[in-house]
Design a protein around this ligand. Structure first.
Ligand code: FES
Length: 69
């Protein structure tokens, strides 16, 4: 039986930002380079791309430059 176009899943959409996390619609499971996985069931997930997050692979805003206040 041929698949109808309506049966095709929607492509996963990622939003890449110049500085900051990559945004993806959740839920997601991320496979890490050490073989572990991390899962988030949030509606929108921010993936850390700078590797400074204490909650890696999730962004914790550590990518932001610190300013003196
Ligand atoms: S991208 Fe936000 S902490 Fe790394």
């Amino acid at each position: 039986m041929a698949r109808e176009p309506a049966d095709e899943p929607e492509p996963v959409r990622l939003r890449v930002q110049r500085e900051g996390p990559t945004l993806v619609d959740g839920p997601v499971t991320v496979e890490l380079d050490d073989g572990t996985t991390a899962t988030s069931d949030r509606f929108r997930v921010a993936l850390c791309t700078c590797r400074r997050s204490r909650r890696f692979p999730w962004c914790d805003t550590s990518h932001r430059r610190r300013t003196r206040g």
